[in-house]
Design a protein around this ligand. Structure first.
Ligand SMILES: [Fe+2]
Ligand SMILES: [Fe+2]
Length: 183
């Protein structure tokens, strides 16, 4: 993030978070069109409401800093999408959602551990982190049940393993990018 003022850097980080929340919401929208399981539909609706609220919390935080969100076109989710291609099955979408949620949760937890995090940012980080636990839990549980009912009980775990490998590749790229920006 060379060449940016501290304020610009802060706005950029929150813009990445905001973008990830919105792209996560988009995955949930796609899932809702693909499934008819009543329990999953109910959870998906609440889950989607959470993600759009998270996006709004980051947007508000950016607004408080007197700025506007920066468009993000090379973020984590875009890179995952390029490597993984379009998710074909409902289990691909479920697994992709779990993997990106786990990544978001880890990023938020790491941010919380940093020194000098402002009170307001801490509030937002805590609010969004609080919801991510149940998001990951319900999807993993229901998706595994649906995989069993589908006659291919391993389909969810196979998809999870595939997306985890892609997630690791993308994170290695992003770490490398951050390192070179610091030069
Ligand atoms: Fe979220
Ligand atoms: Fe979430």
């Amino acid at each position: 993030m060379a060449g940016l003022t501290p304020l610009e850097q802060e706005v950029l980080v929150y813009s990445y978070y905001r973008d990830a929340e919105l792209r996560g919401a988009n995955l949930l929208f796609r899932l809702m069109r693909m499934i008819d399981d009543p329990e999953a539909l109910m959870n998906l609706t609440e889950h989607l409401a959470d993600e759009t609220r998270h996006a709004w919390l980051w947007t508000q935080r950016i607004k408080e800093l007197g700025a506007a969100p920066v468009p993000v076109d090379d973020g984590y989710q875009v890179r995952i999408g390029k490597k993984a291609g379009v998710p074909k099955t409902v289990f691909d979408l479920f697994a992709l959602t779990v993997v990106v949620e786990q990544r978001a949760l880890r990023r938020y937890q790491q941010h919380l551990r940093r020194e000098g995090v402002s009170e307001r940012t801490r509030e937002v980080l805590e609010a969004v982190t609080k919801d991510e636990g149940w998001h990951i839990d319900w999807i993993r549980k229901r998706a595994r049940e649906l995989a069993e009912q589908s006659g291919d009980p391993e389909s969810m775990d196979r998809a999870l393993a595939r997306y985890r490998a892609i997630d690791e590749e993308v994170m290695a790229e992003l770490d490398e990018k951050e390192r070179t920006l610091g030069d």
